[in-house]
Design a protein around this ligand. Structure first.
Ligand SMILES: *Cc1c(COP(=O)(O)O)cnc(C)c1O
Length: 399
């Protein structure tokens, strides 16, 4: 009987939702690194809801914080303040080292705010008419028009043109191409410290530092999109800290809300100061329930989870390199940082995902040939080992 419940939900979904997504699984609850479907079957979540559920599913501290806040006050507009949103911003600015935060509801909104802030800063603070952006091939920054226009994946643009004008894309890692693309109208360069959706590609050695000086020379801002890589996932609070640089604007979301929708832009006093009343706003941004979840999540990060991401990340990479060594004809490369790891295959990655699901493991992909693993930071080593055994099983089956 229960076997038909998932099928029933999926059939109903197919009748009422626009067909953007084609899920094959109905999930009902989660605990730590595991989720359970409508039939009670358990899955190891090695994708963490696309790098969102870093603290595991239903972490008791986050659940308690949300329950408490939703019973007190669930929403106020930004015409009023709540202490919980201020406390979140205090904690976030303290942990990130950036003194100013703007709160929103998603990654794409954080990017959108960053692009708008860069233009406004050029015009209002510097009196320069800078409105162009330099972004990278294979980048991903979101799906609203501004962020989509910066996204360097033509298949995501298809059918939505014309895009926002003034964006140029250059190869990731190519500093000469960046310097050529920069000009007196450039407002900002936007870059991921590890390209996530574009195939889990860490910035080449020295690239981010080179971008920093290219932006300084050109008089434009550097925006680092840490939506996927931030919040400790790579073993530092931000992935760009591995490279010792300081961006002008950083965007975060995904794991920030501890599983609830929270995004943020972080910046300096000087740049943040141009967002005065009336310039940019959002109804839900800084929502007290979501901020309570984010505050609890940041508390957990401070308890050693970032170090855990670093050490477990090394272990995961080592395990996957073992798979590569045993299957050199199937695995091209293992790469990533911390608990964001990609395995580039010689075969298409997408068909492996449903097969791994049958074996009880949720995997992701990033492009046609790359399996993406972004487990919760609370995952344990035995689960990683079990998950990697499934990875090896499914890639070998395809032969
Ligand atoms: C997921 C992602 C976004 C978009 O975030 P949404 O919350 O889906 O809007 C932007 N940039 C990067 C690097 C991402 O990984």
């Amino acid at each position: 009987m229960s076997e038909s419940r998932s099928a029933d939900v999926l059939a109903r979904l197919g009748r009422v939702l626009t067909p953007n997504y084609r899920p094959t699984l109905v999930l009902e609850r989660g605990e730590g690194a595991h989720v359970y479907d409508a039939e009670g079957r358990r899955y190891l979540d090695l994708l963490a809801g696309l790098a969102v559920s870093s603290f595991g599913h239903c972490h008791p501290a986050i659940v308690a914080a949300v329950r408490d806040q939703v019973g007190k006050l669930a929403h106020v507009s930004n015409l009023y303040a709540t202490e919980v949103s201020v406390r979140l911003a205090e904690r976030l600015t303290e942990m990130s080292g950036f003194p100013r935060a703007y709160l929103c509801n998603s990654g794409t909104e954080a990017v959108e705010a960053a692009l708008k802030l860069a233009r406004l800063h050029a015009r209002k603070a510097r009196g320069e008419d800078r409105f162009e952006f330099v972004a990278f091939d294979r980048s991903f920054h979101g799906r609203t028009f501004g962020s989509l226009s910066c996204t360097g994946q033509p298949n995501y643009h298809d059918g939505f043109e014309p895009l926002v004008p003034g964006v140029s894309h250059v190869p990731y890692g190519d500093l000469d191409a960046v310097r050529q693309a920069l000009g007196p109208r450039t407002a900002a360069v936007i870059v991921e410290a590890v390209q996530g959706e574009g195939g889990v590609r860490p910035a080449p050695e020295g690239f981010l530092a080179g971008l920093r000086s290219a932006c300084d020379d050109a008089g434009c801002l550097l925006i680092v999109d840490e939506i996927q890589t931030g919040m400790g996932r790579t073993g530092r609070f931000f992935a760009h800290q591995h490279d010792g640089i300081r961006p002008d604007i950083v965007t975060v979301a995904k794991a920030l809300g501890g599983g609830l929708p929270l995004g943020a832009l972080l910046t300096s006093e000087e740049v943040g100061a141009v967002f005065v009343p009336g310039t940019h706003a959002t109804t839900f941004g800084g929502n007290p329930v979501v901020c309570a979840a984010g505050l609890a999540a940041l508390g957990l990060l401070g308890d050693g989870l970032i170090e855990r991401a670093a050490s477990l990340g090394s272990r995961l990479t080592e395990l996957l390199e073992g798979v590569q060594a045993r299957n050199p004809e199937l695995v091209r490369e293992v790469r990533g940082r911390g608990l964001l790891v990609g395995m580039e295959l010689t075969l298409p990655a997408r068909p492996l995902v449903p097969r791994a699901l049958e074996l009880g493991v949720i995997l992701g992909v990033a492009g046609d040939h790359v399996l993406r693993l972004a487990p919760p930071l609370v995952v344990d080593e035995a689960d990683l080992e079990a998950g990697v055994r499934v990875v090896e099983t499914v890639i070998r089956e395809v032969e």
